[in-house]
Ligand binder design. Structure first.
Ligand SMILES: [Zn+2]
Length: 229
């Protein structure tokens, strides 16, 4: 199944069909409607190898730019392959405010690398973010984080072979040049494991102590009211 742009724009087909994406603006997995389609006649004159189309997110109406590869130019039509490149990827989210400042800066950059498919830059930034978090946790922090990651491996049932490069990125002590090369699948595991590690070491503690403080505040307010009544 391909997308066809017709010279008289009369017989476009496949354009609005089954393009569903996680929108980089609203985060909803939504259907995309074609909004701006290049003129087939000028494409046939210049014959570019790749063509850009703008779609509109059905959920928030933001414009989404997609790049398609041309399959074939023929007399009256341009045929595009259906697989496309998203020029803007959804941003990865995290409760950054619970992280130590230094770790937050590094982890935000790690996530930006991941969103742009730069998986080895992502791995390097994960090493730096993890190291900074060990320092922030203080003595025994690295060991504690390691134990949290071992629990995560167990819960997610990831085998040792798959998990070895993830551990090497986070806990390796060698030079940055020794960090193993990661593919998309491994980077995805690393992302979830590091998010979980930060959650266990910082976010959980921050949320829990905040929630308890709020409870205690209301209890003491009520006591004050009772005493003054
Ligand atoms: Zn949207």
């Amino acid at each position: 199944m391909t997308i066809v742009l017709d010279k008289d724009q009369a017989n476009e087909s496949g354009l609005g069909e089954r393009i569903g994406l996680e929108c980089p603006y609203c985060g909803v997995y939504a259907h995309m409607t074609p909004q701006s389609v290049p003129d087939a006649a000028s494409l046939m004159r210049d014959k570019p190898k790749q063509v850009g189309l703008v779609y509109q997110c059905d959920a928030c109406h933001a414009p989404i730019f997609l790049r398609f590869t041309v399959r074939e130019y023929s007399d009256n039509r341009v045929e595009l392959l259906r697989n496309f490149v998203e020029l803007e990827r959804p941003k990865e989210r995290f409760a950054f405010s619970y992280l130590p400042k230094h770790t937050e800066v590094l982890f935000r950059e790690a996530l930006a690398c991941y969103s742009n498919n730069n998986f080895n830059a992502f791995a390097s930034m994960c090493r730096r973010a993890a190291n900074s978090s060990f320092l922030a946790l203080g003595e025994g922090g690295k060991l504690r984080a390691f134990e949290e990651v071992m629990v995560a491996q167990d819960i997610a049932e990831i085998n040792d072979e798959t998990f070895a490069p993830i551990k090497a990125v986070l806990f390796g002590t060698g030079e940055e040049g020794d960090i193993p090369l990661l593919n998309r699948a491994q980077a995805g595991i690393l992302l979830e494991v590091l998010k979980d590690m930060f959650y266990q070491c910082f976010v959980r503690h921050g949320k829990l102590t905040h929630a308890i403080k709020v409870r205690q505040f209301f209890v003491s307010e009520e006591n004050n009211k009772l005493q003054s009544a």
